[in-house]
Ligand binder design. Sequence first.
Ligand code: PEP
Ligand code: MG
Length: 615
Amino acid sequence: MKTERGEKTEARPADILRKPGPRRGREHAIRGIPVSPGVAIGPIFDTAEVPTEAPRRAIGTEQVEAEKARLAEAVNLSRKQLGKLKMRLSVLPEEAQEELAPLLDAYVLMLGNSRLLRGARKRIETELLAAETAVQDEAEAIAALILAARDDDKPGLQRRAGEVREIARRLTRNLTSTPFRSLKGVPEGAILVAEELTPADAALLDPTRIAGVATDEGGADGHTAIMLRALGIPAILGATGLSESAERGDMAVLDGAAGTLVLRPGEKALEKGRAALTAFAKERTKLAKLRRLPAVTTDGELVELQANLEIPAELPLIAQSGAIGIGLLRTEFLFMGREDLPDEEAQLIAYTQVVEAMGGDPVTIRVLDWGGEKDMQALSEGVAPTHSGPNPALGLRGLRLLLKRPELLEAQFAAILRVSERGKVRILLPMVTNPSEVKAARDIYERVARRLRRKGVTLPEKLPELGVMIETPGAALAADAIALEADFFAIGTNDLAMYTLAVDRAEAEVSHLYDSLHPAVLRLMQFATEAALRLRMPVSVCGEMAGNPRLVPLLLGLGIRCLSMNASAIPRVKQAVRALDIADCARFARRVMEQSDPARIHELVLNFETGSEKG
Ligand code: PEP
Ligand code: MG
């Protein structure tokens, strides 16, 4: 009997994109991008095999075209995902390539003019079924036919039925925005392994249960990486070939700082892992002692060290870190994993919790920055565009979406304004490219304040400051004009590097090109910083650069005196600040800014030594 694609394949069962090959059982080391320091030793919990059952749904005749369009979109997305997987095959051992390539080809063929898709479309039209229900029904019908065939090669039949079901599962996941794994039931102390983890998935991880995370996809400064660092979970991303080699239950040693994962470690590797774990714990204890000491340079310059907050669960970690306030509260968590929008009251409760927990220290709340790599579909239907366009990162992201849907911005401004009597609050606007956008946001802000006052809400006489994220080259180069409309700047180096270098921050394939120390990025930072300092306007850095102790001399040398970072980075950054002299840093920054070769800049940064810039 012929398969869906009309040929026989030697591929393994389709629902398992990994290979139980001859290498199984042996120690196997995998490299990834180090994204969150710490060491984990524990069993692998591989989440690739999650069944995807979408509830059955019927539709009206008027929805037929829309459902067919949804299906077409899911097919496109699935093709892209498989294309990415295929590209990554080239780095795997030949043996694995031979096995997986035909399988991926089979999947891609099934996304063409296949019986599965023809049948699904027909079911949408004639049976009036939602796309995911139609896909599931058609896949089951085909699988039943395959399994009923008179053929002695039963394993072969099962394999082919599995292929159809697997592609139907991929389509269903994409149609229902179901993550590619279930994070429920991860055993305590396990190392979570997945092809890809979305920021929303990462937000659901419990750092007290999960020892570590490793994925095939992802980049160092994507939101997933940020979330993992924030939660203090040791992690590596972009570890090509990982889910192909790791099997549930395998023992592993993960080193989040070194970017390595050793599967099925031998005694020597285990011993090394244990030693690294102890060393990490010792270092933590030593750094914890810095908590109460001020972040002041040797020549007495105070540097504000603040925390970035992704989810309220981080509050205790922030309290322990010695952070003086929150420099970036990403409010996306309020909108994640829910069907409806959080209203003004729900937001007020969340902001109050954070502001009160900070006990008078400043809290900078950034209004919703939806779009880009962050999962659009998690926003309730009809708010964000249902499809994210050819270039989501260049589309209706951040303030652009909020100005298009001002009621979102109004609710957020109102909730923040209402909490402003309870603590020191500032507001931050994401993804700005034009002074006019800041002006438009300020108009709305002042209108909301007037409305609240009319309703008898007491607001501080001077409204909380309205600041701007400098995270696009446009904003950086227009910083002098934007500064006239803004009360403060926060330089978002994650996006600034992405947009300047045209390199996706979350894409493993191009992660070697993503470089915040590229002279183009540094020059933009310098231009924006100087524009702010000329007006004596506060300016901070709140991208991932801020949490790297090695970069502190350069940032201080550029004139930055406020750094906001994931809470776990604060002790190390404080340690760096306390060893530095500002004049030294300024000289060092001048030397760095004279360079045009990114490699040379890396070398300088790596070799910076306190006192070396003197004289
Ligand atoms: C940034 O872009 O540097 C930033 C801090 O914002 P986010 O990482 O949330 O996009
Ligand atoms: Mg950003």
